[in-house]
Design a protein around this ligand. Structure first.
Ligand code: ADP
Length: 593
């Protein structure tokens, strides 16, 4: 399969054509063309045509893309175009084929990546016009990190900020995914058996902990500003600097932010953002450049320690990016002093690194426990690989449902309300629930069992014919009563529990652990070919700890809001905090009629 790949930035356009077998080894893919237009300006730009550098008249990204068909003339049989898109938010966990809706979805993410996504979209739009018959695909820099657990993605800030979307995402995902796989491939081991730390050190730089095949943390956060020292970006700083600089230098937020992006990092420390310059000046005795190198290496070394701790150990360290690939002295500085964790470089191997033909040489000392590899980042190849694999996968539209976590609650009969709250009492609806006509009451009750009590339990309305008390397995131990897993409403033979309210108590049966279920509207059920009582598997692999819930009961009602309900134990097992989305599996166990 032949894939044309674009990586568009505000001042450059990199592109390439790859020939590869879907799902084949990365090392076997062939690059048929490699080009870039760089440093657009009124005079034109630099054009790298395979290995040759020459001036070109194109002043803008727009003009450069129009020149691509000429550059790749003679290469036949391109089947699709893959675009690097910087930010995919929480929605895109893999490559997607562009449709008008997907394009709108990407555009809506612009506030999260104001510098990058607009250039990516501009390239996408132009390519769609130039090659209207080719499918266009988006591959996101953030997708690989969507497996990061909440403890890694959540900033300890007010709830309101988090609800507004503030969280860590991580970037360079395509690069980290590629180098982790390439390293495993070069070692002849399965990625899912390894704890890999990928250090991408280019103009932008980030570290990523890939534990047993999944990204679990990475050093860039909400934006590509957090983490390592970069060419012009600061990486980690104390957010207290905003207040200090405003008071001390009268700078406003926009000025500080702009300086952290484009006047900091190596540039801020030395006046040059280019590591080659900095290394040359340091070797000539320039103290500023020497300090910058120390800071750069120290920050990277700290992240190695942090991520080895996060993964509970380290099997492989991989260097990539312009600095990681080309600077033996920086690799050495970063690794020095890490012998205590089994990480040690071999001097000669480190100096002899040759990355031709997508090689991934090992440079650890003989006998060292941690393998250290160097490889080129090949983001474009990985984009081609992802697109080819996605195109070859059998087409299946995944059915997705929102997943809500039901905390313990009771449904009361009229008799119970009077016993608990007094004769003639009416419950006060407080919050409406998503199922139409259902609400949570202002009032609460206490559950009393032989082992203990659980206070402050929610009451859900409207009233029912029969009282039902829904708890989790953990709650059943706290109360000291065994409760069966039951479908709501099937209460015969269920255990007794005592409810306590302000006006009295009420002993009742109806204590259950609710069987996980999906409320489904008749329209969705019909559209998805499901009927009331069917059972399906639902996998929550994009959230938390990745769990498939087997045999989830489908409950169809005319006006239901389609949503899966699980209890708090199930949510904890799946690592869900707040909400999530589940994907319905293809196999359905149909209800016995
Ligand atoms: P980008 O992130 O823009 O793709 P690169 O991955 O090409 O950037 O990395 C650029 C960085 O790599 C620059 O700081 C450059 O100085 C550095 N670099 C390239 N070659 C060498 C080298 N031989 N020694 C040290 N640094 C190098």
């Amino acid at each position: 399969m032949r894939i044309l790949v674009f990586n568009a930035g505000s001042s450059s356009l990199k592109f390439g054509v790859f020939d590869l077998a879907p799902g084949g080894a990365l090392a076997q893919a062939r690059q048929l063309y490699k080009g870039s237009f760089d440093r657009f300006g009124p005079e034109g730009c630099d054009f790298r045509d395979n290995a040759q550098l020459q001036p070109a008249p194109h002043r803008t990204l727009d003009e450069a893309i129009r020149a691509v068909p000429d550059a790749i003339r003679g290469i036949e049989g391109i089947t699709a175009i893959g675009h690097r898109i910087a930010h995919g938010g929480e929605a895109y966990d893999g490559p997607v084929q562009i449709t008008p809706q997907i394009r709108a979805g990407i555009e809506a993410l612009t506030p999260l990546a104001p510098l990058h996504n607009p250039a990516n979209l501009a390239a996408l739009d132009l390519a769609t016009r130039i090659w209207p018959d080719l499918p266009q695909w988006a591959v996101f820099d953030t997708s690989f990190h969507l497996t990061n657990p909440a403890r890694a993605t959540t900033y300890a800030v007010p709830a309101e900020w988090r609800q507004a979307g503030l969280r860590r995402y991580g970037f360079h995902g395509t690069s980290h995914k590629y180098v982790a796989r390439r390293a495993a491939e070069a070692l002849g081991q399965k990625l899912r058996a390894l704890r890999v730390l990928s250090l991408h050190l280019g103009n932008g730089a980030s570290a990523c902990a890939v534990a047993f095949g999944q990204s679990i943390d990475s050093s860039m956060g909400m934006t590509p500003l957090e983490g390592l020292v970069m060419g012009t970006r600061s990486g980690d700083v104390d957010p207290g600097l905003f207040g200090y600089l405003e008071r001390r230098l009268g700078l406003d937020i926009a000025q500080i932010e702009a300086a952290l992006y484009s006047e900091s990092g190596l540039l801020g420390l030395t006046g040059s953002s280019d590591m080659r310059d900095v290394e040359a000046r340091a070797a000539d005795g320039d103290a500023e450049a020497q300090l910058a190198i120390h800071i750069y290496a120290y920050r990277a070394r700290k992240y190695i320690g942090a991520y080895a701790a996060a993964m509970g150990g380290l099997d492989v360290l991989v260097f990539t990016g312009g600095i990681g690939e080309n600077s033996p002295s920086m690799r050495r500085r970063i690794c020095d002093g890490l012998e205590f964790m089994g990480l040690k470089l071999d001097h000669d191997r480190n100096l002899a690194v040759d990355l031709d033909n997508r090689a991934a040489p090992q440079i650890q000392a003989y006998g060292a426990r941690v393998n250290v590899l160097v490889t080129e980042t090949a983001e474009q190849l990985m984009i081609a690989h992802e697109v080819a694999s996605a195109m070859a996968a059998p087409e299946r539209t995944p059915l997705r449902v929102p997943v809500a976590v039901s905390a313990r609650h009771v449904h009361l009969c009229a008799h119970a309300v009077e016993a608990l709250f007094g004769k003639g009492y009416t419950l006060t609806p407080d919050k409406p629930l998503r199922q139409k006509g259902h609400w949570a009451a202002h009032e609460r009750v206490t559950l009393h069992g032989p082992k203990g009590e659980i206070a402050n339990v929610a009451i859900l309305g409207p009233l029912r014919e029969r009282t039902q008390v829904e708890i989790s397995r953990t709650d059943s131990f706290a109360l000291g009563v065994d409760a069966p897993v039951r479908q709501s409403g099937l209460l015969d033979g269920t255990p007794q529990i005592r409810l306590i309210g302000p006006a009295g108590q009420f002993d009742t049966d109806g204590l259950i652990i609710a069987a996980r279920h999906i409320h489904m509207s008749s329209a969705d059920a019909e559209c998805w070919g499901l009927a009331d009582g069917d059972r399906v598997d639902v996998s929550l692999d994009r959230t938390g700890r990745g769990l498939t819930f087997a045999g989830v009961l489908v409950r169809v009602a005319e006006n239901a809001f389609t949503e899966m309900h699980i209890d708090t134990d199930e949510a904890n097992a799946a690592g869900i905090i707040g909400g999530a989305e589940g994907e319905l599996g293809p196999d359905v166990v149909h209800a016995q009629i």
